[in-house]
Ligand binder design. Structure first.
Ligand code: NAP
Length: 488
Protein backbone atom coordinates (compact mmCIF):
# COMPACT_ATOMS: atom_id res chain seq x y z
CA UNK A 1 0.00 0.00 0.00
CA UNK A 2 2.84 2.37 0.75
CA UNK A 3 3.67 2.69 -2.95
CA UNK A 4 0.07 3.69 -3.63
CA UNK A 5 0.00 6.25 -0.77
CA UNK A 6 3.34 7.60 -1.94
CA UNK A 7 2.02 7.99 -5.52
CA UNK A 8 -0.99 9.89 -4.18
CA UNK A 9 1.21 12.34 -2.28
CA UNK A 10 3.63 12.71 -5.23
CA UNK A 11 0.69 13.55 -7.49
CA UNK A 12 -0.75 15.99 -4.95
CA UNK A 13 2.56 17.84 -4.80
CA UNK A 14 2.83 17.86 -8.61
CA UNK A 15 -0.66 19.33 -9.05
CA UNK A 16 -0.02 21.85 -6.25
CA UNK A 17 2.76 23.24 -8.47
CA UNK A 18 0.13 24.85 -10.73
CA UNK A 19 -2.89 24.99 -8.46
CA UNK A 20 -1.14 27.26 -5.94
CA UNK A 21 -1.02 29.93 -8.66
CA UNK A 22 -4.73 29.68 -9.53
CA UNK A 23 -6.68 32.88 -9.13
CA UNK A 24 -9.35 33.31 -6.50
CA UNK A 25 -11.94 33.48 -9.29
CA UNK A 26 -10.75 30.10 -10.63
CA UNK A 27 -11.04 28.55 -7.18
CA UNK A 28 -14.50 30.02 -6.75
CA UNK A 29 -15.47 28.44 -10.08
CA UNK A 30 -14.13 25.08 -8.85
CA UNK A 31 -15.89 25.22 -5.47
CA UNK A 32 -19.20 26.29 -7.05
CA UNK A 33 -18.85 23.44 -9.57
CA UNK A 34 -18.20 20.89 -6.83
CA UNK A 35 -21.35 22.08 -5.02
CA UNK A 36 -23.31 21.79 -8.27
CA UNK A 37 -22.09 18.24 -8.95
CA UNK A 38 -22.76 17.13 -5.37
CA UNK A 39 -26.29 18.52 -5.64
CA UNK A 40 -26.79 16.78 -8.99
CA UNK A 41 -26.17 13.42 -7.27
CA UNK A 42 -29.66 13.89 -5.85
CA UNK A 43 -31.05 11.34 -3.42
CA UNK A 44 -28.42 8.72 -4.35
CA UNK A 45 -25.83 10.49 -2.20
CA UNK A 46 -28.25 11.10 0.68
CA UNK A 47 -29.48 7.52 0.57
CA UNK A 48 -25.95 6.15 0.68
CA UNK A 49 -24.97 8.37 3.61
CA UNK A 50 -28.15 7.39 5.47
CA UNK A 51 -27.51 3.67 4.86
CA UNK A 52 -23.93 3.91 6.08
CA UNK A 53 -24.67 5.89 9.24
CA UNK A 54 -28.16 4.84 10.48
CA UNK A 55 -29.11 8.52 10.38
CA UNK A 56 -32.33 9.67 8.67
CA UNK A 57 -32.37 10.80 5.02
CA UNK A 58 -33.73 14.23 6.01
CA UNK A 59 -30.67 14.83 8.12
CA UNK A 60 -28.49 14.43 5.01
CA UNK A 61 -30.60 16.80 2.94
CA UNK A 62 -29.72 19.38 5.60
CA UNK A 63 -26.09 18.30 5.85
CA UNK A 64 -25.56 18.47 2.09
CA UNK A 65 -27.22 21.90 1.91
CA UNK A 66 -24.89 23.09 4.65
CA UNK A 67 -21.86 21.53 2.92
CA UNK A 68 -22.69 23.17 -0.42
CA UNK A 69 -23.47 26.55 1.17
CA UNK A 70 -20.12 26.33 2.94
CA UNK A 71 -18.41 25.48 -0.36
CA UNK A 72 -19.90 28.49 -2.14
CA UNK A 73 -19.07 30.75 0.81
CA UNK A 74 -15.41 29.70 0.60
CA UNK A 75 -15.57 30.21 -3.17
CA UNK A 76 -16.71 33.79 -2.53
CA UNK A 77 -13.95 34.29 0.04
CA UNK A 78 -11.33 33.03 -2.44
CA UNK A 79 -12.61 35.28 -5.23
CA UNK A 80 -12.92 38.35 -3.01
CA UNK A 81 -9.28 37.88 -2.01
CA UNK A 82 -8.96 39.97 1.17
CA UNK A 83 -8.33 36.78 3.15
CA UNK A 84 -4.74 36.93 1.86
CA UNK A 85 -4.15 39.89 4.21
CA UNK A 86 -2.15 41.91 1.70
CA UNK A 87 -0.06 44.57 3.42
CA UNK A 88 2.10 47.19 1.74
CA UNK A 89 4.58 49.45 3.48
CA UNK A 90 6.05 51.69 0.83
CA UNK A 91 9.71 52.69 0.71
CA UNK A 92 11.13 55.86 2.24
CA UNK A 93 14.38 56.20 0.26
CA UNK A 94 15.48 59.35 2.12
CA UNK A 95 14.89 58.01 5.61
CA UNK A 96 17.81 58.70 7.93
CA UNK A 97 20.08 57.13 8.94
CA UNK A 98 19.07 54.30 6.55
CA UNK A 99 16.63 54.23 3.64
CA UNK A 100 13.47 52.21 4.35
CA UNK A 101 12.85 49.45 1.77
CA UNK A 102 9.51 48.69 0.11
CA UNK A 103 7.95 45.78 2.04
CA UNK A 104 4.90 43.83 0.84
CA UNK A 105 3.43 40.70 2.33
CA UNK A 106 0.51 38.37 1.83
CA UNK A 107 -0.59 34.84 2.66
CA UNK A 108 0.21 32.10 0.14
CA UNK A 109 -1.02 28.48 0.07
CA UNK A 110 1.04 26.20 2.32
CA UNK A 111 1.13 23.02 0.16
CA UNK A 112 -0.66 19.66 -0.06
CA UNK A 113 -3.02 19.19 2.88
CA UNK A 114 -3.99 15.81 4.36
CA UNK A 115 -7.49 15.68 5.84
CA UNK A 116 -8.96 13.18 8.33
CA UNK A 117 -12.74 13.42 8.65
CA UNK A 118 -15.01 12.28 11.46
CA UNK A 119 -17.59 9.52 11.13
CA UNK A 120 -20.50 11.56 12.48
CA UNK A 121 -20.68 14.03 9.58
CA UNK A 122 -19.83 12.16 6.34
CA UNK A 123 -20.42 15.36 4.36
CA UNK A 124 -19.98 18.45 6.55
CA UNK A 125 -16.88 17.28 8.47
CA UNK A 126 -15.45 14.63 6.14
CA UNK A 127 -14.34 14.36 2.48
CA UNK A 128 -16.25 17.43 1.17
CA UNK A 129 -16.27 19.19 4.56
CA UNK A 130 -14.82 22.37 5.97
CA UNK A 131 -11.18 21.25 5.97
CA UNK A 132 -11.25 20.24 2.30
CA UNK A 133 -13.09 23.31 1.01
CA UNK A 134 -11.08 25.81 3.04
CA UNK A 135 -7.84 24.19 1.81
CA UNK A 136 -9.00 24.25 -1.83
CA UNK A 137 -10.13 27.86 -1.39
CA UNK A 138 -6.62 28.73 -0.17
CA UNK A 139 -5.03 27.11 -3.26
CA UNK A 140 -3.89 23.86 -1.65
CA UNK A 141 -4.36 20.39 -3.07
CA UNK A 142 -6.09 17.94 -0.75
CA UNK A 143 -5.67 14.26 0.11
CA UNK A 144 -8.46 12.87 2.27
CA UNK A 145 -7.99 9.75 4.37
CA UNK A 146 -11.51 8.37 4.05
CA UNK A 147 -13.31 7.25 7.21
CA UNK A 148 -14.02 3.50 7.10
CA UNK A 149 -17.48 4.08 8.56
CA UNK A 150 -18.81 5.58 5.31
CA UNK A 151 -16.68 4.33 2.36
CA UNK A 152 -19.44 4.44 -0.28
CA UNK A 153 -20.36 8.03 0.60
CA UNK A 154 -16.69 9.05 0.38
CA UNK A 155 -16.34 7.31 -3.00
CA UNK A 156 -19.33 9.23 -4.42
CA UNK A 157 -17.95 12.49 -3.08
CA UNK A 158 -14.49 11.72 -4.47
CA UNK A 159 -15.90 11.10 -7.95
CA UNK A 160 -17.98 14.28 -7.75
CA UNK A 161 -15.07 16.50 -6.72
CA UNK A 162 -12.73 15.01 -9.31
CA UNK A 163 -15.37 15.40 -12.04
CA UNK A 164 -15.85 19.05 -11.04
CA UNK A 165 -12.08 19.61 -11.09
CA UNK A 166 -11.78 18.19 -14.60
CA UNK A 167 -14.77 20.23 -15.81
CA UNK A 168 -12.98 23.33 -14.53
CA UNK A 169 -9.79 22.42 -16.38
CA UNK A 170 -7.79 21.14 -13.41
CA UNK A 171 -6.27 17.68 -13.00
CA UNK A 172 -8.63 15.39 -11.09
CA UNK A 173 -5.91 14.94 -8.47
CA UNK A 174 -6.42 18.42 -7.09
CA UNK A 175 -8.43 16.27 -4.66
CA UNK A 176 -7.70 12.61 -3.86
CA UNK A 177 -9.26 10.07 -1.56
CA UNK A 178 -7.30 7.30 0.14
CA UNK A 179 -9.48 4.47 1.40
CA UNK A 180 -7.86 2.44 4.14
CA UNK A 181 -8.84 1.47 7.63
CA UNK A 182 -5.38 1.05 9.10
CA UNK A 183 -3.74 3.57 11.42
CA UNK A 184 -0.57 2.92 9.37
CA UNK A 185 -2.14 4.84 6.50
CA UNK A 186 -2.85 7.89 8.66
CA UNK A 187 0.67 7.77 10.04
CA UNK A 188 2.21 7.43 6.58
CA UNK A 189 0.26 10.34 5.09
CA UNK A 190 1.00 12.58 8.09
CA UNK A 191 4.71 11.81 7.88
CA UNK A 192 5.05 11.99 4.09
CA UNK A 193 7.62 14.53 2.88
CA UNK A 194 5.09 16.27 0.63
CA UNK A 195 2.48 16.78 3.33
CA UNK A 196 2.52 20.44 4.32
CA UNK A 197 -0.30 20.48 6.91
CA UNK A 198 -2.94 18.21 8.40
CA UNK A 199 -6.59 18.83 9.24
CA UNK A 200 -8.26 16.36 11.59
CA UNK A 201 -11.77 16.05 13.03
CA UNK A 202 -12.50 13.21 15.39
CA UNK A 203 -11.68 11.79 18.77
CA UNK A 204 -9.08 13.03 21.22
CA UNK A 205 -7.12 9.78 20.95
CA UNK A 206 -7.09 9.96 17.14
CA UNK A 207 -6.20 13.64 16.97
CA UNK A 208 -3.49 13.26 19.55
CA UNK A 209 -2.00 10.28 17.67
CA UNK A 210 -1.88 12.24 14.40
CA UNK A 211 -0.34 15.22 16.20
CA UNK A 212 2.32 12.93 17.71
CA UNK A 213 3.12 11.32 14.32
CA UNK A 214 3.75 14.82 12.97
CA UNK A 215 6.11 15.58 15.85
CA UNK A 216 8.27 12.61 14.76
CA UNK A 217 8.86 14.13 11.31
CA UNK A 218 12.19 15.59 10.40
CA UNK A 219 10.46 18.63 8.92
CA UNK A 220 7.77 19.88 11.31
CA UNK A 221 4.31 20.73 9.94
CA UNK A 222 1.17 22.13 11.58
CA UNK A 223 -1.59 19.73 12.63
CA UNK A 224 -4.99 21.32 13.15
CA UNK A 225 -6.92 18.70 15.08
CA UNK A 226 -10.44 19.43 16.29
CA UNK A 227 -11.32 16.85 18.89
CA UNK A 228 -13.96 16.02 21.46
CA UNK A 229 -15.46 18.34 24.05
CA UNK A 230 -17.93 18.16 26.95
CA UNK A 231 -19.32 21.64 26.27
CA UNK A 232 -20.20 22.66 29.84
CA UNK A 233 -23.52 24.42 30.35
CA UNK A 234 -24.02 26.79 33.32
CA UNK A 235 -27.47 27.19 34.79
CA UNK A 236 -27.54 30.44 36.72
CA UNK A 237 -30.09 30.91 39.44
CA UNK A 238 -32.37 33.65 38.10
CA UNK A 239 -32.57 32.18 34.59
CA UNK A 240 -33.32 28.74 35.98
CA UNK A 241 -36.01 30.07 38.27
CA UNK A 242 -37.89 31.72 35.40
CA UNK A 243 -37.19 29.43 32.46
CA UNK A 244 -36.66 25.89 33.76
CA UNK A 245 -39.22 24.19 31.44
CA UNK A 246 -37.90 25.90 28.29
CA UNK A 247 -34.26 25.20 29.20
CA UNK A 248 -35.06 21.53 29.94
CA UNK A 249 -36.79 21.11 26.59
CA UNK A 250 -33.99 22.79 24.66
CA UNK A 251 -31.25 20.79 26.41
CA UNK A 252 -33.06 17.46 25.97
CA UNK A 253 -33.21 18.14 22.22
CA UNK A 254 -29.55 19.10 22.15
CA UNK A 255 -28.35 16.08 24.18
CA UNK A 256 -30.14 13.64 21.85
CA UNK A 257 -29.59 15.45 18.53
CA UNK A 258 -28.00 13.05 16.04
CA UNK A 259 -28.12 10.36 18.77
CA UNK A 260 -25.82 12.57 20.82
CA UNK A 261 -23.06 12.14 18.24
CA UNK A 262 -22.13 15.81 18.03
CA UNK A 263 -18.82 17.27 19.18
CA UNK A 264 -20.83 20.17 20.63
CA UNK A 265 -23.13 17.89 22.65
CA UNK A 266 -23.79 19.37 26.13
CA UNK A 267 -22.18 16.64 28.25
CA UNK A 268 -21.83 18.57 31.51
CA UNK A 269 -24.47 20.79 33.15
CA UNK A 270 -23.45 22.86 36.18
CA UNK A 271 -25.98 24.23 38.65
CA UNK A 272 -26.28 25.11 42.34
CA UNK A 273 -27.94 22.56 44.63
CA UNK A 274 -31.47 23.76 45.35
CA UNK A 275 -35.12 22.83 44.94
CA UNK A 276 -35.09 24.74 41.62
CA UNK A 277 -32.24 22.58 40.32
CA UNK A 278 -34.09 19.45 41.49
CA UNK A 279 -37.22 20.62 39.68
CA UNK A 280 -35.18 21.31 36.53
CA UNK A 281 -33.58 17.85 36.78
CA UNK A 282 -37.01 16.16 36.84
CA UNK A 283 -38.17 18.28 33.89
CA UNK A 284 -35.08 17.33 31.89
CA UNK A 285 -35.62 13.63 32.65
CA UNK A 286 -39.26 13.92 31.47
CA UNK A 287 -38.23 15.72 28.27
CA UNK A 288 -35.61 13.03 27.55
CA UNK A 289 -38.19 10.30 28.06
CA UNK A 290 -40.32 11.83 25.27
CA UNK A 291 -37.53 11.44 22.70
CA UNK A 292 -37.15 8.04 21.02
CA UNK A 293 -33.77 6.31 20.91
CA UNK A 294 -32.02 5.55 17.65
CA UNK A 295 -29.12 3.50 16.36
CA UNK A 296 -25.63 4.91 16.56
CA UNK A 297 -23.33 5.42 13.59
CA UNK A 298 -21.39 2.20 13.82
CA UNK A 299 -20.49 -0.62 16.19
CA UNK A 300 -17.20 1.02 17.27
CA UNK A 301 -18.92 4.21 18.44
CA UNK A 302 -21.75 2.20 20.06
CA UNK A 303 -19.27 0.03 22.00
CA UNK A 304 -17.33 3.08 23.12
CA UNK A 305 -20.56 4.71 24.28
CA UNK A 306 -21.69 1.73 26.32
CA UNK A 307 -18.24 1.17 27.82
CA UNK A 308 -17.65 4.80 28.79
CA UNK A 309 -21.24 5.12 30.03
CA UNK A 310 -20.94 2.06 32.31
CA UNK A 311 -17.70 3.29 33.74
CA UNK A 312 -19.23 6.75 34.35
CA UNK A 313 -22.38 5.35 35.99
CA UNK A 314 -20.34 2.94 38.15
CA UNK A 315 -18.23 5.78 39.53
CA UNK A 316 -18.60 6.55 43.20
CA UNK A 317 -21.10 9.38 43.75
CA UNK A 318 -22.69 9.25 40.29
CA UNK A 319 -26.47 8.80 40.41
CA UNK A 320 -28.49 7.71 37.37
CA UNK A 321 -31.49 10.07 37.04
CA UNK A 322 -32.86 8.78 33.74
CA UNK A 323 -31.86 5.80 31.58
CA UNK A 324 -33.99 5.20 28.47
CA UNK A 325 -33.19 1.47 28.20
CA UNK A 326 -34.65 1.11 24.73
CA UNK A 327 -33.73 -2.12 22.99
CA UNK A 328 -32.32 -2.80 19.53
CA UNK A 329 -29.01 -3.40 17.81
CA UNK A 330 -26.66 -0.42 18.36
CA UNK A 331 -29.55 1.60 19.84
CA UNK A 332 -28.16 4.20 22.24
CA UNK A 333 -30.26 4.92 25.30
CA UNK A 334 -30.28 8.53 26.44
CA UNK A 335 -28.91 8.84 29.97
CA UNK A 336 -29.00 11.67 32.50
CA UNK A 337 -26.76 11.39 35.55
CA UNK A 338 -26.09 13.60 38.53
CA UNK A 339 -23.08 14.01 40.80
CA UNK A 340 -22.29 16.34 43.67
CA UNK A 341 -19.61 18.94 43.07
CA UNK A 342 -17.40 17.43 45.79
CA UNK A 343 -17.26 14.05 44.03
CA UNK A 344 -16.72 15.68 40.64
CA UNK A 345 -13.80 17.70 41.96
CA UNK A 346 -12.17 14.59 43.41
CA UNK A 347 -12.54 12.46 40.28
CA UNK A 348 -10.90 13.70 37.06
CA UNK A 349 -12.23 10.71 35.08
CA UNK A 350 -15.69 12.33 35.28
CA UNK A 351 -14.43 15.21 33.14
CA UNK A 352 -14.12 13.05 30.01
CA UNK A 353 -16.40 13.08 26.98
CA UNK A 354 -18.94 10.25 26.67
CA UNK A 355 -19.72 10.46 22.97
CA UNK A 356 -23.46 9.82 22.70
CA UNK A 357 -26.80 10.95 24.21
CA UNK A 358 -25.42 11.40 27.71
CA UNK A 359 -25.26 14.35 30.04
CA UNK A 360 -24.37 14.80 33.70
CA UNK A 361 -25.63 17.44 36.09
CA UNK A 362 -22.99 18.65 38.54
CA UNK A 363 -24.81 19.79 41.64
CA UNK A 364 -22.55 22.39 43.26
CA UNK A 365 -22.84 23.50 46.86
CA UNK A 366 -22.44 27.17 46.01
CA UNK A 367 -21.37 29.59 43.29
CA UNK A 368 -17.74 29.44 44.41
CA UNK A 369 -17.63 25.70 43.77
CA UNK A 370 -19.46 26.05 40.45
CA UNK A 371 -17.00 28.63 39.12
CA UNK A 372 -14.02 26.65 40.42
CA UNK A 373 -15.17 23.47 38.66
CA UNK A 374 -15.98 25.33 35.46
CA UNK A 375 -12.61 27.03 35.48
CA UNK A 376 -10.74 23.77 36.05
CA UNK A 377 -12.31 21.90 33.13
CA UNK A 378 -10.14 21.15 30.11
CA UNK A 379 -10.25 23.40 27.04
CA UNK A 380 -13.60 23.27 25.26
CA UNK A 381 -15.11 23.95 21.85
CA UNK A 382 -18.06 25.68 23.52
CA UNK A 383 -19.43 26.72 26.85
CA UNK A 384 -23.01 27.86 27.42
CA UNK A 385 -24.54 30.20 29.97
CA UNK A 386 -28.24 30.16 30.75
CA UNK A 387 -28.46 33.50 32.49
CA UNK A 388 -30.52 36.63 32.97
CA UNK A 389 -29.13 40.15 33.05
CA UNK A 390 -29.46 39.96 36.82
CA UNK A 391 -27.30 36.78 36.90
CA UNK A 392 -24.61 38.40 34.77
CA UNK A 393 -24.57 41.55 36.90
CA UNK A 394 -24.18 39.41 40.00
CA UNK A 395 -21.26 37.45 38.52
CA UNK A 396 -19.04 39.65 36.34
CA UNK A 397 -16.14 37.21 36.86
CA UNK A 398 -17.80 34.64 34.58
CA UNK A 399 -16.91 36.49 31.36
CA UNK A 400 -13.17 36.06 31.84
CA UNK A 401 -13.45 32.39 32.76
CA UNK A 402 -15.63 31.62 29.73
CA UNK A 403 -13.12 33.27 27.43
CA UNK A 404 -10.18 31.31 28.76
CA UNK A 405 -12.08 28.03 28.63
CA UNK A 406 -13.73 27.83 25.19
CA UNK A 407 -13.67 28.95 21.57
CA UNK A 408 -17.41 29.79 21.43
CA UNK A 409 -19.48 31.19 24.29
CA UNK A 410 -23.21 30.63 23.88
CA UNK A 411 -25.85 32.62 25.73
CA UNK A 412 -29.31 31.19 26.43
CA UNK A 413 -29.26 28.71 23.59
CA UNK A 414 -27.90 25.21 22.95
CA UNK A 415 -24.31 24.57 21.77
CA UNK A 416 -25.24 22.05 19.06
CA UNK A 417 -25.58 23.49 15.58
CA UNK A 418 -22.49 25.33 14.38
CA UNK A 419 -23.33 28.22 12.05
CA UNK A 420 -20.91 28.78 9.16
CA UNK A 421 -20.25 32.53 9.22
CA UNK A 422 -17.38 34.98 8.97
CA UNK A 423 -17.36 35.23 12.78
CA UNK A 424 -17.61 31.54 13.71
CA UNK A 425 -14.97 29.98 15.94
CA UNK A 426 -15.02 26.19 16.13
CA UNK A 427 -11.88 25.66 18.12
CA UNK A 428 -10.60 26.23 21.61
CA UNK A 429 -7.76 25.42 24.01
CA UNK A 430 -6.35 21.88 24.11
CA UNK A 431 -7.76 19.22 24.21
CA UNK A 432 -10.59 20.77 22.18
CA UNK A 433 -7.94 21.37 19.50
CA UNK A 434 -4.20 21.16 19.01
CA UNK A 435 -3.97 24.84 18.03
CA UNK A 436 -6.29 27.26 19.80
CA UNK A 437 -5.33 30.13 17.48
CA UNK A 438 -7.43 28.76 14.64
CA UNK A 439 -10.94 27.61 13.78
CA UNK A 440 -12.10 24.70 11.62
CA UNK A 441 -15.53 26.19 10.85
CA UNK A 442 -16.27 29.65 9.48
CA UNK A 443 -14.35 31.53 6.83
CA UNK A 444 -11.26 32.03 9.01
CA UNK A 445 -10.69 28.26 8.63
CA UNK A 446 -8.84 29.16 5.41
CA UNK A 447 -6.04 30.77 7.44
CA UNK A 448 -4.79 27.35 8.56
CA UNK A 449 -3.65 26.54 5.03
CA UNK A 450 -1.51 29.57 4.29
CA UNK A 451 1.79 31.09 5.30
CA UNK A 452 2.98 34.69 5.03
CA UNK A 453 5.62 35.71 2.50
CA UNK A 454 7.22 39.16 2.34
CA UNK A 455 8.62 40.70 -0.87
CA UNK A 456 11.24 43.35 -0.25
CA UNK A 457 11.97 45.93 -2.96
CA UNK A 458 10.41 43.59 -5.52
CA UNK A 459 9.78 44.91 -9.07
CA UNK A 460 6.02 45.48 -9.54
CA UNK A 461 5.67 43.00 -12.41
CA UNK A 462 7.19 40.28 -10.22
CA UNK A 463 4.75 40.76 -7.39
CA UNK A 464 1.64 38.60 -7.05
CA UNK A 465 -1.38 40.57 -8.37
CA UNK A 466 -2.66 41.11 -4.80
CA UNK A 467 0.40 43.25 -4.07
CA UNK A 468 0.85 45.10 -7.36
CA UNK A 469 0.54 48.90 -7.36
CA UNK A 470 -2.67 49.10 -9.41
CA UNK A 471 -4.44 46.54 -7.17
CA UNK A 472 -5.76 44.60 -10.19
CA UNK A 473 -7.90 42.37 -7.95
CA UNK A 474 -9.50 45.36 -6.23
CA UNK A 475 -9.01 43.74 -2.82
CA UNK A 476 -8.81 45.45 0.52
CA UNK A 477 -5.17 45.99 1.51
CA UNK A 478 -3.40 47.68 4.39
CA UNK A 479 -1.25 50.36 2.80
CA UNK A 480 1.04 52.27 5.13
CA UNK A 481 -1.18 51.36 8.07
CA UNK A 482 -4.57 52.23 6.48
CA UNK A 483 -7.09 49.79 5.00
CA UNK A 484 -7.95 50.71 1.41
CA UNK A 485 -8.99 49.30 -1.96
CA UNK A 486 -7.44 52.13 -3.96
CA UNK A 487 -4.42 51.70 -6.22
CA UNK A 488 -1.03 53.06 -5.25
P1 NAP B 1 -11.89 8.91 15.19
O1 NAP B 1 -12.12 7.54 15.65
O2 NAP B 1 -10.87 9.71 15.91
O3 NAP B 1 -11.53 8.78 13.65
C1 NAP B 1 -11.21 9.91 12.83
C2 NAP B 1 -10.14 9.52 11.81
O4 NAP B 1 -8.88 9.45 12.47
C3 NAP B 1 -10.34 8.16 11.16
O5 NAP B 1 -10.00 8.25 9.80
C4 NAP B 1 -9.36 7.29 11.90
O6 NAP B 1 -8.76 6.24 11.15
C5 NAP B 1 -8.24 8.22 12.23
N1 NAP B 1 -7.53 7.76 13.42
C6 NAP B 1 -8.05 7.61 14.66
N2 NAP B 1 -7.09 7.19 15.52
C7 NAP B 1 -5.95 7.07 14.79
C8 NAP B 1 -4.61 6.67 15.09
N3 NAP B 1 -4.25 6.34 16.32
N4 NAP B 1 -3.71 6.66 14.09
C9 NAP B 1 -4.07 7.02 12.84
N5 NAP B 1 -5.31 7.39 12.49
C10 NAP B 1 -6.24 7.43 13.44
O7 NAP B 1 -13.22 9.81 15.25
P2 NAP B 1 -14.74 9.41 14.93
O8 NAP B 1 -15.10 8.19 15.63
O9 NAP B 1 -14.94 9.44 13.50
O10 NAP B 1 -15.56 10.65 15.51
C11 NAP B 1 -16.04 10.73 16.83
C12 NAP B 1 -15.24 11.72 17.66
O11 NAP B 1 -15.02 12.91 16.90
C13 NAP B 1 -15.93 12.21 18.92
O12 NAP B 1 -15.03 12.18 19.99
C14 NAP B 1 -16.34 13.64 18.61
O13 NAP B 1 -16.45 14.49 19.72
C15 NAP B 1 -15.28 14.06 17.67
N6 NAP B 1 -15.71 15.11 16.77
C16 NAP B 1 -15.12 16.31 16.85
C17 NAP B 1 -15.54 17.34 16.02
C18 NAP B 1 -14.90 18.67 16.12
O14 NAP B 1 -15.14 19.51 15.29
N7 NAP B 1 -14.07 18.94 17.08
C19 NAP B 1 -16.54 17.11 15.08
C20 NAP B 1 -17.11 15.86 15.01
C21 NAP B 1 -16.66 14.85 15.86
P3 NAP B 1 -9.44 4.80 10.99
O15 NAP B 1 -10.42 5.10 10.00
O16 NAP B 1 -8.36 3.94 10.52
O17 NAP B 1 -10.05 4.43 12.31
Amino acid sequence: METHWDRVMQKSAEVFGDFQHSTGIQRKELLYKIAEVLESLGDALLQTAAEETNLPLARFAGERARTCTQMRLFGDVAAEGSWTQAVIDTAIPDRKPMPKPDMRKMLVPIGPVVVFGASNFPLAYAAPGGDTVSALAAGCTVVVKGHPAHPRTSALVNAAIQEAAVQCGWPAEVFQLVEDDSFECGKYLTQHDHTAAVGFTGSLSGGRAIFDYAQQREVPIPVFAEMGSTNPVLLLRDALQHQAPAIAKALAGSITLGVGQFCTNPGIILGIRSSILDHFTSLLAIELSLIPSFRMLHMGIYQQYTTKLSSMLDTNGVETIYHARQEGQMVASAVLARVDGDYFEKNPSLHHEVFGPFSMIISCKNMAQLTRIWQQLHGQLTTTLYCSEKDLKAHPELGGIARSLAGRIVFNSVPTGVEVTHATVHGGPYPATTDSRFTSVGTDAILRWARPVCWQDCPDAWLPPALQNVNPLGIQRKVNGEFTRTAL
